[in-house]
Design a protein around this ligand. Structure first.
Ligand code: CTP
Length: 400
């Protein structure tokens, strides 16, 4: 691998049990061609000694602020300027709290204040600590300031609990770093995306709708744009503002969404159907407001065209990605749907559980394609969309 040739990465290690994985991450980054320097907080040194990272990196490890010997090797301001990327892995709750409040009470926190380089957090902590609103508030503040956050994963934790808080595996982090440095993987690729819910009018003031917020579709559109794609977004009514550098077409009904997609699909390389399209619409739309003078009012519904299935069934279809919302047997039902609709990929999410899904800011996805799968654990929809976009880009190039 040489995807990180000439890239300088400052690896910040803070005090969590996931520290041992950072040694593997260091090796992976180096194998990919990166030059890596390591900074450790005092707490990190309680888990792994600086000597381990020194031996692996072949360079002294920076631990102290204002230590004459270390400052002589590279002073902390030069170190902050040296890096092309600052990667904090693991990032503990305490470290996130300290940088969120702008503290400069150890070398690594000071570097975060002093650098203009992109900082990435790879959080690792107990699930309650991660879910605690204090940590989530700190995370939001950091994201607003431009930090990236990759992970955490969901799964068994060192403390014996199960849930979100595991640091992403070193190989996955290394891959994300490579993707970060080569974002133009969809340069010149045209992507058409549907998002939001559709509204099927009953009369001039009422409609049949659903609870989709459009957040996931918009986040996917932004992530595809960030990979260099030329994106057209066909959106049902949402409370969201049209993303910059994306052509957004506002529609209301499934029929309008269908027409808009069909008008643009021949000119696209990738089609991603994220919209929660109403499966049925009222057969008759009353021209006047329906009065409540009946005890029982029956609405006759007719089926809407399946936009996704029609796109996939075209003669020369684009790379087609669908979504599936399942309450149970997620993998089996989603894979059946993928095969039935002849999709290149399906992104399945479990609905009806406490977290994630419609209206939530977080979600988890299971991605399935013909000969592979990837589980994306519960995380903010914006990060989830980034990882989904990267996977779509990879499979799109693999197919072509
Ligand atoms: N879709 C579409 N047009 C429709 C209905 C759905 O493009 N008229 C797309 C959605 O955007 C989504 C996928 O198809 O990508 C969802 O497929 P669907 O068969 O509706 O699955 P579920 O919503 O999961 O519902 P069910 O399992 O009940 O069929």
């Amino acid at each position: 691998m040489s995807g990180l040739a000439n890239k300088k990465i400052l690896l910040g290690v803070t005090g969590g049990i996931a520290c041992y994985k950072s040694a593997v991450l260091l090796r992976a980054l180096q194998s990919a061609g990166a030059e890596v320097r390591v900074v450790m907080t005092p707490a990190a040194q309680a888990f792994v000694t600086p000597l381990t990272f020194q031996a692996l990196s072949g360079h002294p490890v920076y631990t102290e602020l204002l230590d004459p010997a270390q400052e002589a090797a590279m002073d902390h301001i030069s170190l902050a300027r040296w890096a092309d990327l600052v990667m904090i892995a693991p990032a503990t709750a305490d470290f996130m709290a300290r940088v969120a409040t702008g503290q400069a009470n150890d070398l690594l926190a000071t570097l975060c204040l002093a650098t203009e380089t992109q900082i990435v957090l790879a959080p690792a902590m107990n699930r309650q600590m991660w879910l605690n609103s204090a940590t989530q508030d700190n995370l939001q503040r950091l994201i607003q300031r431009g930090y990236l956050c990759w992970g955490p994963d969901d799964g068994a934790q060192a403390c014996g609990e199960t849930g979100p808080g595991r640091m992403l595996e070193p190989e996955a982090l290394c891959q994300l770093v490579e993707n970060y440095f080569s974002p133009g993987t969809l340069q010149g690729v045209k992507v058409l995306i549907t998002a939001g819910a559709t509204r099927e009018p009953i009369d001039p003031v009422r409609y049949v709708g659903n609870r989709s917020s459009g957040k996931m579709g918009y986040a996917v559109a932004e992530s595809m744009r960030d990979l260099g794609a030329e994106v057209t977004l066909v959106s049902g009514p949402t409370a969201l503002t049209s993303p910059s550098k994306i052509t957004t077409i506002q529609v209301e009904t499934a029929a309008e969404m269908y027409s808009s997609v069909m008008a643009h699909v021949d000119n696209c390389d990738i089609f991603i159907a994220v919209a929660a399209v109403a499966d049925y619409r009222p057969n008759h739309i009353a021209s006047n407001k329906i009065k409540k003078n009946k005890e029982i009012l029956a609405l006759e519904l007719v089926k809407n065209p399946d936009i996704l299935a029609e796109v996939a069934a075209k003669n020369d279809p684009p790379f087609t990605v669908g979504f599936a919302a399942e309450t149970d047997q997620v993998e089996q039902y989603a894979d059946e749907k993928r095969r039935r609709k002849q999709l290149d990929m399906i992104a399945a999410n479990r609905v009806g559980s406490r977290v994630g899904g419609f209206e939530s800011d977080q979600n988890a996805l299971l991605l399935l394609w013909q000969d592979g799968r990837e589980e994306l654990p519960m995380m903010e929809k914006s990060y989830l969309a980034q990882r989904l976009a990267e996977r779509i880009a990879k499979q799109f190039h693999a197919r072509n």
